[in-house]
Design a protein around this ligand. Structure first.
Ligand SMILES: C[S@@+](CC[C@H](N)C(=O)[O-])C[C@H]1O[C@@H](n2cnc3c(N)ncnc32)[C@H](O)[C@@H]1O
Length: 344
């Protein structure tokens, strides 16, 4: 993606814009980092002062890199300032705040912005446990700044602990806060698992795999798979998915990919997919259509795609156009299972 295209894709995200603009005005050091960095207005100007960013979603990473930002997974070193944007999951956000705080130098500044409708007021209270909070309100958002004077080891451990992966007895799988349906099997996923055929295959892709509930469920049922490809845009999900299938007798390939914008592995005999219908807070049925159509292109001739979706989502035409044959296998409790077969 070139810089012009990335600029066009900048999102209107008021809390991110507020964060970037104020940091840009108040921080002069080029040694800050951004956690859950989002492409948003104001980031291009701030970029020269950002040493690195952390962002789990591949589609954001592509845009951040196109703007010239360095995106890193692990963090080493200390920073003069850190800017954090909240995730939907409070527990995942607490984990990020703990990482940001622990990597700040003594006297370093933690910046955090949240939209009022996403609980900005309650974050003010939480951040107050770290020190005195300076607050600024603008564009229906609040921006907070806390200066690091104390390490708060115990508090940070408890925040970290809340965000860590867990093995859940109920699902028999590893997962972590912030992932799709992280602590219970999604009813759509369950329905799809009940209908995927038992036949063994030599290649299978769990597309948009989350923590791997579909792939792990199929393998646990005894479906024999030669090569399993896991794909997700969320690096945290992909790691959990790998962990959940590791114990099975199958060759595994994990791909951190944006299934809309990047090339998918091809020549699959079977693809299973519970596609997303929103990116961040933005609902979009075109997203699922696009991912499913691209999935069909990854099938070999005669290969099958099994997908589940909310009943009202219009995916049939896109599947028909891309694969050649599609049928509704079952409709139940607001969901439908679709099967497309590649005949062209
Ligand atoms: C509805 S969840 C399904 C997760 C899992 N298959 C399940 O059934 O529990 C959709 C998944 O798609 C991933 N996703 C969203 N946008 C994506 C994209 N552009 N490319 C690849 N994966 C994406 C999300 O991270 C999420 O894990």
């Amino acid at each position: 993606m070139n810089q012009g295209a990335a600029e066009r894709l900048l999102r209107i995200c008021p809390e991110a814009s507020l964060l970037y603009r104020v940091i840009g005005q108040e921080e002069s050091a080029a040694s800050g980092w951004l956690l859950n960095a989002m492409p948003a207005p104001g980031l291009t100007e701030l970029a020269p002062r950002v040493e690195c960013c952390w962002q789990p979603m591949r589609y954001h990473v592509l845009r951040l890199e196109a703007l010239g930002l360095k995106v890193a997974d692990a963090t080493v070193g200390t920073y003069a300032w850190a800017g954090v944007l909240p995730m939907k999951s409070k527990r995942a956000t607490l984990g990020m705040l703990a990482r940001a705080w622990s990597c700040l130098a003594e006297g370093g500044r933690l910046w955090f912005a949240a939209a009022n409708r996403h609980g900005a007021r309650s974050w003010q209270h939480i951040l107050g446990q770290l020190g005195q909070v300076r607050v600024m309100s603008k564009s229906k958002c609040r921006l907070f700044r806390v200066v690091k004077h104390l390490r708060h080891q115990e508090l940070l451990s408890s925040w970290n602990q809340q965000a860590e992966p867990e093995y859940l007895e109920e699902t028999g799988l590893w997962s972590e806060p912030g992932l799709f349906s992280w602590d219970r099997l999604d009813p759509g996923t369950r329905l799809l698992l009940e209908h995927v055929p038992d036949a063994s295959v030599d290649s299978c892709m769990d597309l948009c795999c989350g923590y791997g509930a579909l792939a792990a469920g199929m393998l646990a049922r005894g479906i024999s798979v030669g090569h399993l490809t896991l794909v997700d845009a969320d690096i945290r999900a992909l790691r959990m998915a790998e962990r959940n299938v590791r114990g099975f007798d199958v060759a595994i390939r994990a791909c951190w990919l944006d299934a809309v914008r990047e090339e998918l592995p091809g020549r699959m005999e079977l693809i299973v997919c519970n596609p997303p219908f929103h990116e961040d807070q933005h609902r979009d049925s075109g997203l699922g259509q696009s991912i499913l159509a691209r999935a069909c292109n990854s099938l070999r001739n005669g290969g099958q795609l099994w997908a589940v979706a909310n009943r009202q989502l219009p995916y049939e035409q896109a599947l028909h156009d891309a694969a050649g044959a599609v049928r509704v296998v079952v409709q139940q409790k607001g969901f439908k299972v679709l099967m497309a077969r590649k005949v062209r």
